[in-house]
Design a protein around this ligand. Structure first.
Ligand code: PEP
Ligand code: MG
Length: 325
């Protein structure tokens, strides 16, 4: 099985009828780049920067962050690397930030909300990422955006970070692409507003599903309600993809759903441009996509979007993808 899959490391990700998509990897640590290169990952679709901040007594400074981001940029050898700004809070805590404990941490002071409130922390990270952009193809992505004001405020701070570096004569990519995660239902429903001026969108289904179904993603007792194939989720995903394409933006997915062999044909058919997943899933996903027909998956997606529940959708996908492979 390993050997059979290994040949897919060298090949592009393209359907039988010539539709190409980007197959990237999610990483949580710079050391994982090696594994990504081994499976022929076409880039890093999500670099969770949290690792730098966790399990330690104090904040990493700009230099330390820069070194880590630059390592990833260099190790990926010119392939695109999407670095996500700090997504802390929720289930991830940092003792040195002295965060209050909250009744609803997933709905509370986390990610971009915290970063916009603690400007120095955010500016430091933005400068470190900008500096790394000089050493590869780095893109920047904000997590948990719910409103256009947050998006604009984050970009104002980015402009400030650029100005600081420029004044000091420190090199960075002035045209660095900036996108956001679509993982809050409000952002998904209003994705057109973001697609208008973001360079790219990335759908974070792990959170999007939890928020849309009001179902804690780590609570086993309600895991039956955590339904990636719920019609509401499929419609939201479709809406985000259509909004992005209306403005000529690329849209990818970096939640777990992107590596689900049952979901891949459907997402492909809905027009998703990029898939990002753990390195260990890349080969199987590429093999699957290379066996599919884009035109047929478009029809499959249309049919799936008409169904009334997750079970019906899964049944259709099981039946149709068995025929395909
Ligand atoms: C997501 O929410 O889908 C996502 C990719 O981010 P995380 O799992 O880090 O919350
Ligand atoms: Mg998330």
């Amino acid at each position: 099985e390993k050997k059979r899959q290994a040949r897919w490391a060298e090949l592009p990700t393209v359907t039988q009828d010539g539709h190409r998509v980007e197959l990237g990897a999610n990483i949580g640590h710079p050391d994982e780049c090696r594994a990504v290169q081994q499976v022929g990952g076409e880039g890093i679709g999500l670099f969770r920067s949290e690792f730098l901040f966790m399990n330690r007594a104090s904040m990493p400074d700009e230099e330390e962050q820069f070194q880590a981001y630059r390592q990833v940029a260099q190790d990926m050898n010119g392939k695109p690397v999407v670095i996500r700004t700090l997504d802390i809070g929720g289930d991830k805590e940092l003792p040195y930030l002295n965060l209050q404990s909250e009744l609803n941490p997933f709905l509370g002071y986390r990610a971009i909300r915290l970063c916009l409130d603690r400007e120095e922390l955010f500016l430091t990270q933005l400068r470190a990422i900008l500096r790394a952009s000089h050493y590869g193809s780095v893109k920047l992505m904000y997590p948990m955006i719910a409103t256009l004001e947050e998006w604009r405020a984050a970009n104002r701070l980015l402009a400030e970070a650029k100005e600081t570096l420029a004044r000091a004569g420190i090199p960075f990519d002035p045209a660095i692409e900036v996108g956001l995660m679509i993982e809050v239902p409000a952002a998904a429903l209003a994705s057109e507003l973001f697609a208008r001026d973001a360079d790219f969108l990335s759908i974070g289904t792990n959170d999007l599903i939890q928020y849309t179904l009001a179902c804690d993603r780590i609570n086993e007792q309600v895991s039956g309600l955590y339904q990636p194939f719920h019609p509401a989720i499929l419609r939201l995903i479709r809406q985000v993809i259509d909004a992005a394409h209306r403005y000529g933006r690329r849209v990818s997915m970096c939640g777990e759903m992107a590596s689900d062999p049952l979901a891949i044909p459907l997402l492909l058919g809905m027009g998703l441009d990029g898939f990002s997943m753990s390195a260990s899933s890349v080969l199987a996903a590429r093999e699957l996509i290379n066996h599919l027909s884009f035109e047929e998956m478009k029809e499959l997606a249309e049919a799936a979007l008409k169904l009334e529940g997750q079970e019906q959708v899964k049944a259709l996908l099981l039946e149709r993808t068995r025929v395909q492979i």
